[in-house]
Design a protein. Structure first.
Lengths: 434, 111
């Protein structure tokens, strides 16, 4: 609107002032927008709180909010607000850092927020050169552009060395980078999950069996860690800058990185990569985004397993029909042989048709309200109908079974499963990065 | 403490040269703001809800703001509107309407 000649007065919570005036203005909008700030929280508060905010003071300037709003629209522009200019380039980044001791470099990497807070393997030229042996792609080849920043093969190799990776892991890590999913974001502290399929799993000795989601395997641990380091160093995800996750997430240390136990998939249950259109002989990495998981805790019993999974899915938001079941091979075998789900898709269809929650529970979730209420207001179904339902009427929020997924992993010591709100984002060929 | 300082500055410590993981950023082009109004009196101000937080976010806040204008500045004409679509999506039809019929826009809420 400003570019169309209409003066604007945007409003936002005061916690975001630093982000807006530094990162957002410099790298996104290029405009010194005249924000008026309000106390947090804003979304989810009742009208009387909003009334108090309107009648109260801007917590940054301590002046009345409405005075600031009117001023934003009427006070004459300053010289800097009228400026049209080519922004100065960010400081050139040297390829090599100044030589220093190991201890000083470790502290520098932490101070620059390029790490996960744990000691890293210093990315010397020799180590990075050795890492680059893991791919035929040239060091200066662009892998992906993220937040306007061009990520090269060499930069990915640097992060891989830092995390403690072996060169043989590099194709998987490059495929992860190529997915573009190398940023952390959202005030809701979103996390990631990384699932690897195909022959690469055994080539690099990944774990798809007992303890696969735990700290028991070098490849699982290090590849997951490399994703975190890439998000920080390459994806520019820094506290107070582009990262505003309120709590953060411990899942962000390893990003739930594991291999699917393809050898123990029930007959008829395809791997995640085959479901995404790849061949069984293809090596593939699939990226998921979400928040959390709920454990079944115990083994399956006389209560039908699929109904148990349904019951637990009622605790998920239902946003976007998203759910991913992570299940031990014993549990998958039970679902197929005892409960009759010949394919993963049959299970997803059944869950889609049978998970029901009250309308008020669905709309009471802030993420659902933010993303789906506008769709309801536009008259789009099923949201328009759901929005008009009495609060206690039951709806089936997982209305799109294609957004439900299942991954089989584990060592067969328990018929256990986790239900997660992880959304399948993208599958990328690992073979393309060998 | 003195011993640690001596250790760090000793010429006998091995120095390492490492690659920089940082990528050069490119800042966007700077754009000027639109000229401001002399006064809001007699003007039409659009109050636009971006959709964040559903009905308990910007829409509720701007409803209260519209009441405030009615009470304190009835000479200002306010139009309360929801931006359709997801909160991050563009709304060219709405922008055209505001350009054609409005003089200013107040937008809520970023979060």
């Amino acid at each position: 609107m400003e570019q169309m000649g209409i003066p604007t007065a945007p409003m936002v919570g005061d916690i975001f002032q630093n982000y807006l005036m530094t990162y957002d203005m410099v790298y996104n909008t290029g405009m010194p927008l005249r924000f008026t700030y309000l106390p947090m929280p804003i979304a989810g508060m009742p009208p009387e709180v909003h009334k108090a905010y309107i009648e109260g003071n801007d917590p940054i300037t301590n002046k009345p909010v409405m005075t600031e709003i009117i001023k934003a629209l009427t006070k004459p522009l300053t010289a800097s607000e009228q400026m049209t200019a080519t922004a100065p380039q960010a400081a050139p980044q040297p390829r090599l850092l100044d030589p220093d001791t190991e201890e000083n470099l470790q502290q520098l990497f932490i101070k620059k927020d390029w790490t996960d807070g744990l000691p890293i393997v210093l990315p010397t030229e020799a180590r990075v050169a050795a890492m680059l042996e893991g791919t035929r792609h040239k060091p200066d080849e662009a892998v992906v552009t993220v937040r306007g920043r061009s990520v090269t093969v060499e930069k990915v190799a640097v992060c891989s060395v830092m995390a403690g990776a072996k060169a043989e892991y590099l194709p998987v890590i490059l495929a992860i980078a190529a997915s573009g999913q190398i940023t952390f974001g959202s005030t809701t502290s979103m996390a990631k999950m990384v699932v690897v399929n195909g022959p690469i799993r055994k080539e690099i000795d990944m774990n798809s069996g007992m303890g696969a989601l735990g700290p028991f395997n070098q490849a699982n641990a290090v590849i997951g860690r490399t994703l975190t380091i890439m998000c920080k160093a390459l994806g520019n995800s820094h506290l107070g800058g582009s990262y505003v996750g309120s709590l953060g997430s411990t899942l962000q240390y390893n990003n739930m990185c594991f291999a699917e136990n393809e050898e123990r998939l029930p007959q008829g249950w395809n791997s995640v990569s085959v479901q995404m259109g790849f061949k069984p002989a293809d090596s593939v990495v699939t990226l998921f985004n979400g928040w959390s998981y709920i454990s079944s805790v115990g083994e399956m019993s006389a209560y039908p397993a699929h109904m148990w999974i349904r019951d637990y899915m009622r605790a998920l938001s239902g946003f976007g029909s998203i759910a991913t079941l992570i299940i031990d091979p014993l549990g998958a075998k039970h679902l197929k042989e005892v409960e009759g789900f010949s394919t993963k898709e049959m299970l997803h269809q059944w869950l889609s048709e049978n998970v029901e929650i009250p309308a008020r529970q669905y709309w009471g979730n802030g993420v659902v309200a933010t993303f789906n209420l506008p769709l309801a207001h536009q008259g789009l179904e099923p949201y328009s109908t759901w929005q008009q339902m009495p609060p206690d009427m039951l709806i089936k929020p997982f209305n799109n079974p294609k957004n439900i997924n299942t991954v089989v992993v584990g060592g067969g010591t328990q018929t256990i499963w986790f239900i997660t709100d992880m959304r399948l984002v993208k599958s990328v060929s690992v073979d393309a990065w060998r | 403490m003195a011993l640690k300082q001596d250790r760090l500055s000793s010429k006998n410590l091995k120095l390492f040269t490492v690659l920089n993981p940082e990528i050069q950023d490119k800042a966007v082009e700077l754009s000027p703001l639109a000229p401001r109004l002399d006064t809001l009196n007699g003007k039409t101000v659009y109050l636009v809800d971006v959709g964040f937080g559903g009905d308990t976010g910007g829409y509720s806040l701007l409803t209260e703001m519209q009441k405030w204008f009615s009470e304190h500045h009835p000479e200002v004409n306010t139009v309360l509107r929801r931006k359709l679509g997801p909160f991050g999506a563009d709304a060219p039809d709405l922008w055209k309407e505001i350009k054609a019929k409005g003089d200013a826009m107040i937008m809520a809420v970023g979060h």
